[in-house]
Structure formats: structure tokens, C-alpha cells
Ligand binder design. Structure first.
Ligand code: 13P
Ligand code: SF4
Length: 301
């Protein structure tokens, strides 16, 4: 039996649903029931009715699914697939900021550990951060962990005062303005589509700035034919599926997230067969981390 047939059979036996982020390998995206950006996938996880959620992505995604859907069994193909940025904020610093600014809102990018979420007021993703921050009554915003996304949102909300944290995504930080300039020289007609985890210099060169879904939707709706893509390579799969006639170029040559690429079809099949890679959280942590996530669903939808 092929691995794909095995996955289909096990999925039925377990009453499981497969969620995948756009950054996982093409063949994993191809077998998923839902593929999307972080916000879309968390909404699906919150309302999905299957008994088991198999999350093809990194730890914070599986954790968020478990926080939002505690009655489900959430499993992951590779428990080592983790986002380094999710750990790049400090609880003591959060407490320090809360003491310093009375009206502080701690706005936590969903790319964060469950523990960091428990100290936060609201979670955001790249597709809803602007909308949510605008709705907050607080003037002071401590944005964790991603500095680049924080700076991009801050540039759109000048009436608020942001405090930034030094977290970053190594994949997006690795896309240099020089790479984009060279790609633009080679393809002068191409529009530059940028994820806000990129540096401010790259964001400044963009024709469009948005989440992975935003980039895909923009290119699909556009009358243009050529695009320079400034995010992880995995989005090319959906971009090409939806736009067979259009041309997509990567700005750099290192746009690969090694953690997302740990997810393979064999590991998907093994996770469904063994059911041992379950996401577990202490109930107290889960309940506290649920508050900012629920607030995100409420303010972001
Ligand atoms: P989005 O899919 O929400 O744009 O997130 C990008 C990302 O880095 C996920 O790890
Ligand atoms: Fe984390 Fe960046 Fe990989 Fe997304 S692409 S999981 S932010 S390291």
C-alpha cells in the first residue's frame, strides 16, 4: 500500500483531520484537508469536529490547536519541529513593562510558546495584527516576540506607542534588501510580495505586504504575470496551483524553514498509526493561554 493510501485509511480509522501550513513540503500540503496561514488554521482547529487533529507545522501551531480544542487529541508528525522565534521573548521583561506602563497591552504573535501566551493580553497573526491592535483601547503596546512584524504594525498605527522585542524569524531575516534589488533587476516587471516578518528595508521595497494567505490571494487576484516572493518557499506550491500561467521568483536562495521541512509523509503516516506524538499541556497553562487566543478569534474575525 502506498504511504498516501495508508494515510487515507488511518485518517478514517482515527476520525482524524489533517491541517497543514503553507510552509510544509508540497506532498504534505497535497494530502491535507485544510491548508492555510496561521489564522485560518487556528480558526479551523477551534471549530473542527473530528476526534483527532493532525497538525503539519511547528510546535506553536499544534499547541494553539490543543489550547483552542482541548477535548480533541492533537498529534504532530515531528515533535522536534519548533519555531525558534516562538521562544524569543522574556517573561521578566513582560513583567517589567507592565510595571512601567499602566495601560500596557502585551500583544503576542501566535508564533510563541504557550507559556508566553499566558502572560499576554491578546494574540495576533500577520493577517489580523493590524485590525486587532487598532481595536485595543491601550496606548502602549508591547509587541512580542517578532520585532519586524511589530515595527510594520507600528508604522500603520502612529497614534500608539510600541515597545519592541528583539525576536526574529531567521528565514525572513535572511532575505536581504540586496537580494530583492537583484531579483528586481533580473525581473523588472515583477511585483514584490513581502511577508511582514521581513526586515523594514525589504518591507519598504514591497508592492504588497501580507501573510502567506494574503500573498497567495494578492497574486491570484492580480492582473500582473510576474512576482518576486519574499517569504518561505512553501507558498510556491499553492501559488502555482492557483496560477499556472504566472511566474514566481524567489528573492534569495535560502528561503527554507528547516523546522517546517521536517514534516514528511512517512512521519504523517507514523503519527496516525502510533498516536504517540500527542500535544499535552498543563490545564492551568492551557486555560490561561486560551484567553489571548480566544480574544484574537473574537477581535480578528
Ligand atoms: P502566516 O502563515 O500567518 O503568514 O505565518 C507565517 C509563519 O511564519 C508561520 O510560521
Ligand atoms: Fe518560525 Fe520563521 Fe519557520 Fe515561521 S518560517 S516557523 S516564523 S522560523
Amino acid at each position: 500500500m502506498s504511504t498516501i493510501d495508508k494515510i487515507k485509511e488511518l485518517k478514517q480509522q482515527r476520525n482524524a483531520v489533517i491541517l497543514a501550513h503553507y510552509y510544509v513540503e508540497d506532498e504534505v500540503q497535497a494530502i491535507a484537508d485544510y491548508v492555510g496561514d496561521s489564522f485560518y488554521l487556528s480558526k479551523i482547529a477551534a471549530k473542527e469536529e473530528a476526534d483527532v487533529i493532525l497538525f503539519c507545522g511547528v510546535s506553536f501551531m499544534g499547541e494553539s490547536a490543543k489550547i483552542l480544542s482541548p477535548q480533541k487529541t492533537v498529534i504532530m508528525p515531528d515533535m522536534q519541529a519548533d519555531c525558534p522565534m516562538a521562544h524569543m521573548a522574556d517573561i521578566e521583561k513582560i513583567q517589567e513593562m507592565r510595571e512601567k506602563y499602566e495601560d500596557l497591552a502585551v500583544v503576542c504573535y501566535i508564533n510563541s510558546t504557550a507559556e508566553l501566551k499566558t502572560y499576554s493580553d491578546v494574540c495576533v497573526t500577520s493577517s489580523n495584527a493590524l485590525k486587532i491592535v487598532k481595536k485595543l483601547p491601550n496606548k502602549h503596546i508591547y509587541f512580542i516576540p517578532d520585532e519586524n512584524l511589530g515595527r510594520y504594525i507600528a508604522s500603520k498605527v502612529p497614534e500608539k506607542q510600541f515597545i519592541f522585542n528583539e525576536g526574529f524569524c531567521h528565514v525572513h531575516k535572511g532575505i536581504a534588501a540586496e537580494h530583492v534589488r537583484k531579483a528586481k533587476e533580473a525581473h523588472p516587471q515583477a511585483s514584490v510580495l513581502v511577508h511582514p516578518e521581513c526586515t523594514p528595508e525589504v518591507v519598504e521595497m514591497a508592492d504588497y505586504i501580507g501573510s502567506t494567505s494574503g500573498i497567495i490571494d494578492f497574486a491570484t487576484a492580480s492582473g500582473e504575470q510576474e512576482f518576486i516572493i519574499c517569504t518561505e518557499t512553501g507558498v510556491l506550491y499553492e501559488l502555482r496551483q492557483k496560477n499556472p500561467g504566472k511566474r514566481f521568483y524567489l528573492a534569495g536562495n535560502q528561503q527554507l524553514c528547516p523546522n517546517m521541512k521536517r514534516i514528511t509523509l512517512d512521519k504523517v503516516a507514523a503519527a496516525l498509526e502510533q498516536m504517540t506524538n500527542t500535544v499535552e499541556l498543563e490545564e492551568e497553562v492551557r486555560v490561561r493561554a486560551n484567553q489571548p487566543l480566544e480574544r484574537m478569534l473574537e477581535l480578528g474575525s
